[in-house]
Design a protein around this ligand. Structure first.
Ligand code: EPZ
Length: 420
């Protein structure tokens, strides 16, 4: 396993290009299971998670080849409805092959995804959705086993205790694309990644409307054809760099993404005092002398994203007052608190909230990454801390950030990767 060593305090200056979106790419890759024709995706990020999904597609009857940042996905005639435990347990996002396998093959056997450090990851809404479309579902030996002659369109409410489900909406939208008749998803997730998936499905010949909003209407079709598609930029990677630029001594231009997908963050940054100059498809960030403390609660899109909660907490640990961060999507997503406190932050947890008392500065320390976004928060803290930070288990970081050490080095950071 690798570790990352950072000498903090270096000024960061220059340009960084945002890679393709991990959370849009995973369901779009799953959607290629809905056709036997060739699909070509470009601007695909090379990540541990995209590699895992490629391995899964290969086990399900696809030949997949990389051609620079392009993925060419073809059918090899050996369609297989079983997504095995080894692969699904390493990446929760694999659950989104359930809908396409069921719709294309009439059956799916998908391992229940493991939980992870950000909390219990139920799939009751995924099951409720496919059952609403007429599938018979059993749970046996850690697998979801779903069968159907042909899925029937239906109206289904997909809101759970914590609001809509992103991959739940993705699964049902993909299943409904080949169902008989019309499906209406109420309380659908509005995330840009869901919208992107619907755009890709429509490129394949699906008939989907209302995506990006809470009510999606899908008219099932008999067959879907192959498609070529360019993945959009990763709004969470972009938000991570925007927050880093706002808390470091920096003058950074962040390129090739749509800042309007981060309006909740922009609203908060204005109150914190971070200046964001928006150009066409890039932003220029100037860090303020003082970061004002601003409390935040995460909500499903268009609310403040849970996926930048840890990174925001790193910024607030340097504010000149007290702020509160509450996560309503994943109330247990606070593994980063203990590690940030090892670096001199003053954060304490109270239930689903974290109380952050800003400090003058952080100090480098040996820390351990626990999950994807927590590890990004530790890298940000290490870049602004005094002295040396050593972050172990950086495979968490590599799951969702393409070449982040190289991108940071290009901005002037003192950062290197070593074998643990
Ligand atoms: C997606 O996960 C993202 N992952 C997550 O990003 C992101 O944090 C999450 O959406 C919320 O925005 C991918 O897209 C691969 P959910 P997903 O179903 O779809 C509850 C990252 O860092 N729920 O929208 O699995 C659930 O417990 C990752 O890139 C049910 O109750 O999340 C949570 O409280 C981490 N029943 C809430 O809904 C269900 O059947 C939102 O979860 C499903 C979910």
């Amino acid at each position: 396993m690798d570790k990352i060593i950072i000498e903090g305090g270096k000024p960061l200056k220059g340009e960084v290009r945002i890679s393709g979106s991990k959370n849009a790419t995973l369901p779009v890759l799953a959607a290629t299971l809905l056709t036997d024709e060739t699909c070509i995706l470009s601007n695909v990020p090379r990540l541990l998670d995209t590699n895992t999904m490629v391995k899964l597609l290969k086990s399900l009857g696809k030949d997949v080849d990389w051609d620079k940042d392009k993925l060419i996905i073809m059918s090899n005639g050996k369609a297989n409805p079983v997504a095995d435990y080894k692969l699904v347990s390493t990446m929760r996002g694999s659950i989104c092959v359930l809908g396409p396998l069921l719709a294309k093959l009439g059956e799916a056997k998908v391992s229940l995804p493991g939980g992870c450090v950000i909390g219990v990851r139920p799939v009751d809404l995924h099951i409720k959705g496919v059952e609403a479309l007429g599938a018979k579902v059993d749970i046996d030996a850690g697998y979801i086993i779903a069968k159907t002659k042909r899925l029937q369109g239906n109206r289904v409410y997909l809101g759970g205790a914590s609001g809509p489900s992103v991959l739940g909406t993705a699964n049902i939208m993909m299943a409904a694309a080949l169902a008989e008749g019309e499906t209406i998803i109420e309380c659908a997730a509005c995330e840009p990644e869901v919208e992107e998936l619907a755009n890709f499905l429509n490129e394949m010949g699906a008939r989907i409307k209302g995506h990006g909003g809470p009510r999606i209407v899908i008219h099932g079709v008999k067959k879907l054809h192959g498609a070529e598609y360019k993945m959009s930029a990763d709004r969470i990677e972009a938000g991570t760099f925007v927050l880093l630029a706002g808390m470091a001594k920096s003058d950074i231009i962040i390129r090739d993404f749509d800042y309007h997908q981060l309006t909740a963050l922009d609203d908060i940054l204005k109150k914190v005092g971070v200046q964001v100059l928006v150009e066409r498809n890039s932003v220029r960030i100037k860090a303020p002398k003082v970061l004002r403390p601003v409390s935040v609660t995460t909500y499903p899109y268009p609310g403040f994203p849970t996926d930048i909660q840890a990174q925001y907490m790193a910024m607030m640990s340097l504010s000149n007052g007290v702020s509160v961060v509450r996560d309503t999507v994943f109330p247990d997503r606070f593994m980063h608190i203990a590690e940030l406190n090892r670096m001199g932050a003053r954060i304490r947890r109270e239930g689903g909230s974290a109380i952050i008392e800003g400090v003058k500065g952080l100090c480098g320390a040996p820390v351990v990454a626990s999950d994807l976004r927590a590890s990004a928060a530790l890298v940000m803290a290490g870049l602004v801390a005094r002295g040396r930070t050593e972050i172990r288990r950086v495979y968490h970081l590599d799951r969702g950030y393409e070449n982040i050490d190289k991108k940071l080095m290009a901005l002037g950071a003192s950062i290197k990767r070593e074998k643990e």
